[in-house]
Design a protein around this ligand. Structure first.
Ligand code: PMP
Length: 306
């Protein structure tokens, strides 16, 4: 990732991609105290647009606030920098990664005295779980790793350290030949994927776990709104793994994963074993929004040059 042409934003400056280095004694590298975002830019008929940029940037600042990391940039500056990084790298579509991390001024668990740095990179990134996954669905395994307890870490923060749990689960699932892991909470109820929220369809009703130990996904929020606009009942409540086994449809949502159907969980076929009709309806509604084909949700798009 580091050896490529391009421009990155670092602490207010646009710098060449290859020179965006950090010292090995960077505090966040040692202790995982950093927060980040994942944002997508899509090509629309009227040019490139970033999807729900404001909400992502607000969540970045909320994550930093939760972890008491002072951020020396305003929401507006960070939004503008993300647009500029996409434009300066001549991306028509891509993935944007803002990262707030603590520098190399000090070592030791306490971050006091370490300076906050903010970096923004953007690069082309196609379907996270593959193009075929969006149509055919993926195979998922319930993880032997439990999702974070909300009193062990702070799950509303999209924090780097939280992702060790995600990596362990994803490694385990993919090593066993599955596409992705599904994590349960400390009480054994469904929480989320390693980088996705989850939805279940039963008899036309859409269910999604409450957010006690899952990230407040922006794609999740978009899907809830799109479903409600189509008269679909959406219920947020605890879901057990065996409810999923007998669901009509299950799918993951996330900025990277977009809307990915799940066709099998723990070797149980879900529904017809392929993308279900409601999943397809919401997936296509989502793609209409991100690609600028849904006039009612134009406010979710920030066009380059806006
Ligand atoms: N849960 C986790 C753990 C994630 O990493 C992500 C990706 N950011 C999500 C859920 C989905 O969030 P969003 O839709 O905002 O990308």
């Amino acid at each position: 990732m580091s050896d490529r042409d391009g421009t990155l934003w670092l602490d207010g400056q646009y710098i060449p991609w290859r020179t965006a280095n950090t010292h090995v004694l960077t505090h966040s590298l040692h202790y995982g105290m950093a927060v980040f975002e994942g944002v997508r830019a899509y090509q629309t008929a009227e040019g490139t647009a970033l999807f729900r940029l404001r909400e992502h940037t607000e969540r970045l600042l909320r994550s930093a606030h939760i972890l008491q990391i002072p951020v020396p940039f305003t929401l507006e500056t960070l939004m503008e920098a993300q647009c500029q990084v996409v434009a300066q790298n001549h991306l028509k579509e891509g993935y944007i990664r803002p990262l707030v991390y603590l520098g190399s001024e000090k070592m030791g668990v306490s971050p006091r005295g370490a300076k906050t740095h903010v970096a923004i990179a953007a690069w082309p990134w196609g379907a996270y779980l593959g193009e075929e996954a969006l149509q055919q669905g993926i195979r998922v395994k319930v993880s032997s790793y439990t999702r974070h307890h909300p009193n062990i870490t702070l799950c509303k923060a999209k924090a780097s350290g939280n992702y060790m749990n995600s990596i362990l689960a994803n490694n385990e699932a993919t090593a066993d030949g599955y596409d992705e892991a599904l994590l349960l909470d400390v009480e054994g109820f469904v929480a989320e994927g390693s980088g996705e929220n989850l939805f279940m369809v039963k008899r036309g009703v859409l269910y999604t776990p409450d957010l006690s130990s899952a990230l407040e996904g922006i794609t999740r929020d978009s899907i809830i709104q799109l479903a409600q606009e189509r008269g679909i009942t959406v219920l947020e409540r605890r879901i057990s793994r065996d409810e999923l086994y007998t669901a009509d449809e299950v799918f993951f949502t996330g900025t990277a994963a977009e809307v990915t159907p799940i066709r099998e969980i723990d070797r149980r076929v879900i529904g017809q074993g392929t993308r279900g009709p409601l999943t397809e309806k919401l997936q296509s509604a989502y793609f209409d929004c991100v690609k600028g084909r849904a006039p009612s949700h134009r406010d979710w798009l920030t066009f380059l040059g806006d």
